[in-house]
Design a protein around this ligand. Structure first.
Ligand code: SF4
Ligand code: SF4
Length: 104
């Protein structure tokens, strides 16, 4: 697993590197984020949730959508829109709302 950072989307805000508990995300000479050591990432998803432009994706294990699948998300207040995309481009969208966390 681990994450992948799409530098073409990176807005250079530094939020991912600030929140990573392992201090694994650094900035390159252009102030864009990159993952220092993929093998050290334990897929906590904090950086994926923190990125305001959806530039970071969690690499999904093969048993979830086949090899090459990715999970991204966008947040709007209490609502999170999780998008799992398989290597073939098939998307599964799950919407959660923290205001409804105790609903069930
Ligand atoms: S998933 Fe967690 S451990 Fe991995 S780079 Fe992001 S914040 Fe750091
Ligand atoms: S949180 Fe997103 S936009 Fe901000 S530095 Fe990290 S990858 Fe770039």
């Amino acid at each position: 697993m681990g994450v992948i950072i799409d530098q073409s989307k990176c807005a250079r805000c530094g939020r991912c590197s600030d929140i990573c508990p392992g201090n694994l995300i650094r900035k390159d000479g252009d102030n864009k984020a990159y993952l220092k050591r993929q093998g050290d990432c334990w897929s906590c998803v904090s950086c994926v949730k923190e990125c305001p432009v959806g530039a970071i994706a969690l690499i999904l294990p093969p048993e979830l959508g086949g090899s090459g699948g990715r999970l991204t998300l966008t947040q709007d207040g209490s609502v999170t829109r999780w998008v799992a995309e398989s290597a073939r481009g098939v998307q599964t969208v799950i919407v959660t709302d923290t205001k409804e966390a105790n609903k069930y």
